[in-house]
Write a protein that binds this ligand. Structure first.
Ligand SMILES: Nc1ncnc2c1ncn2[C@@H]1O[C@H](COP(=O)(O)OP(=O)(O)OP(=O)(O)O)[C@@H](O)[C@H]1O
Length: 319
């Protein structure tokens, strides 16, 4: 568990971060989002003591980070940055092996770990292990960056705009990979992003910052349902907010049973999102969709009328 309690940071007397308090339970993902210069990276870097905090307390599993040697601390914490931070004169395998080498693992264990991580991140060992970073595509380099951060099997992963420099398709693919990895690795992750869709997609806990302070924090759905002010609302997509909320909701949780009436010819997978359901309804001019399981067998119905009722029911009443 990561805890920040009333944390402050000043640069030359000017506050960069003021009174930040947040808690990330073990195995959960927290996203820091906000306008440029609001203190996201500073907050992240204080967690692994790349920057020292001036006030408040930061604790990892209850232990204040000031009481841990910074080098020991950083070996427990994987760190991924936007332009990968790979050593340009080291080959991929050596870059990934950085922390295991520092930890003085035996050679065979390091080699096995590098091969394991490259497989985990979808990187071909034979093709890429001996290349230098400049011989990689942006997506490959970023995967190597993530592999390197995971190499020492840290329980905590900090990621600063990890996919910021990638094209949208590669970015989406890597987001999927990180979500897939996280579902089995259960790391405690804090990441900084400018991409709200990325934050909504990956985070269990969303923290919105402005001018060094937290404006609002909570689960993505809670924030989408009740942004506290126009700034948060606009960051969350303004008029697109309903669709972003629908993207986080699953068909399986909102379908009804198959009625006596003829099933709709338009179908949707039980694993799809409500946003995808709405899109199919618009495309097919259909107010009802037949929900099918993985074997294409009808298992229920998604109805526009019911959806509207349910989402109204979930919206808080405005003051
Ligand atoms: N080493 C430093 N020395 C002086 N001021 C700094 C330093 N690092 C950050 N700052 C200032 O602290 C504030 C917060 O910076 P920070 O990099 O944390 O913001 P950010 O939210 O991550 O921004 P961006 O989204 O643009 O990366 C900014 O005003 C920045 O200029």
């Amino acid at each position: 568990m990561i805890e920040l309690i009333d944390v402050e940071k000043r640069f030359g007397g000017v506050a960069a971060v003021e009174g930040i308090s947040l808690r990330v339970p073990s195995g959960k993902v927290c996203a820091l989002v906000g306008t440029s210069g609001c203190g996201k990276s500073t907050t992240l870097r204080m967690i692994n003591r790349l920057i020292a905090h001036d006030g408040g307390e930061i604790r990892l599993d209850g232990q204040p980070i000031d009481s841990v040697d910074p080098v020991q601390l950083r070996r427990r914490i994987g760190y991924v940055i936007q332009h990968t931070g790979l050593f340009p004169h080291w080959r991929v395998a050596r870059n990934i092996a950085l922390v295991p080498r520092l930890l003085r693992w035996p050679k065979e264990r390091i080699e096995a770990r590098v091969a394991e991580l490259m497989a985990l991140l979808g990187l071909s060992f034979d093709e890429l292990a001996h290349k230098y970073p400049h011989e990689l595509s942006g997506g490959q380099a970023q995967r190597v960056g993530v592999a390197r951060a995971l190499a020492g099997d840290p329980d905590i992963l900090l990621m600063d705009e990890p996919f910021g420099a990638l094209d949208p398709l590669t970015r989406e693919k890597l987001q999927e990979e990180v979500a897939r990895l996280q579902s089995s690795l259960h790391k405690t992750i804090v990441f900084v992003t400018h991409d709200m869709d990325e934050a909504l997609r990956l985070a269990d806990h969303l923290v919105i910052m402005r001018a060094g302070r937290i404006v609002q924090q909570g689960s993505p759905l809670a924030l989408l349902r009740a942004p506290e002010d126009p700034f948060v609302e606009s960051l969350l997509g303004g008029l697109e907010r309903g669709l972003k909320q629908a993207a986080l909701m699953r068909v399986r949780d909102h379908m009804g049973s198959l009625g006596p009436s003829l099933p709709s010819a338009s179908r949707i997978s039980i694993d799809a999102s409500l946003r995808q359901g709405l899109s199919i309804m618009l495309r097919d001019h259909a107010e009802r969709l037949t929900v099918v399981d993985g074997k294409d067998v009808p298992v229920g119905e998604l109805s526009l009328r019911r959806l509207i009722k349910e989402t109204q029911w979930e919206q808080p009443t405005s003051p």
